[in-house]
Design a protein around this ligand. Sequence first.
Ligand code: KG4
Ligand code: ZN
Length: 349
Amino acid sequence: MRILGIETSCDETAAAVVQDGREVLSNIVFTQVALHAPYGGVVPEIASRNHVEALPRVLEEAVRRAGVGWDGVDAVAVTYGPGLASSLLVGLSAAKALSLRLSRPLWAVDHIEAHIYSIFLGGNAPRAEEVCPFIALVVSGGHTGLVRVEAVGRYALLGQTMDDAAGEAFDKGANLLGLGYPGGPAIDKAARGGKTDFVRFPRGRQRSDNVRLGGLNADLCFSFSGLKTALLYYLKEYPLSPARAEVESLAASYQEAIVDALVERCAPAVEGMSCLAVVGGVSLNSRLRAKLKEFAESRGIRFVAAEPKYCADNAAMVAGLAGAGQGITGAAAMAIDADPNLELVPTQR
Ligand code: KG4
Ligand code: ZN
């Protein structure tokens, strides 16, 4: 079963062909990052316009590199949420049209679920039955949460951010430090030369009487907006000097606060579990990977992360998930609308 996946939920235009849910035959990602960089963040109108322009050639390239031809595509899979409405619509419309044109089934999948599935892609990846049940730390530009994965397709949300996502905290912090966009890789790089204890930034602990927790355990939830504000006030009091060492130490201290908050919340989540996984764009962070690995080793549990090429937004995770039989298909998929606020596990607020 070869599935052509399409991913356009944010600012990456991506297409991939995946065989039997695991073997990635092609994985094409056209990143629009340079187009959004002058604005310091993703501009939805620019993103959707560029998806329209780029998607046809990204799709052709994915099929060509896979070496299977359009006839070799057995199904089409696409992200239908969560994400930017106007961006999601481009991929979803293209997927519906392709499904009709090729007379192949359509699969509509959840973007966060696809990120979680990314750990199963590639020849060296574990098989679901080897690691389930496990805890997934989901860290991307739009989402941050802890999910208990019983099996592919069966999830329980344990905790989530009350405000900004971890990736957003990286992006906003980098902006304040003049490190450019996207902030995650820039802070990661700058932090390598800095001191992690230069400034002690807040770790965003939640009080258990916070009404916004909506029944979730405070010890498993995150908050990053205070951290960004702390950096802002620090910089008001001590304006940045041109000394590179200072920027590097501020980046390292800021990154340490994000990483500590993430690792600390994993502790109660992994009680009684034997595997911890990290997924999403922020899982590319070198400090986070190192500290999670160290944490897992200290607990005697397995630590799993996706190959770097499957961490940030890509379509292989979308095609892979559909290949594992997860998502909405048939007439329901053809009728589906983009769902910008799609929740992996619906929560009552
Ligand atoms: O998963 P992703 O590609 O898109 C969303 O679904 O949101 O994640 C993008 C986020 C951005 O905020 C970016 O700054 C962050 O991932 N990111 C990183 C690193 N590389 C990308 N954050 C920290 N360190 C990195 N090395
Ligand atoms: Zn994503």
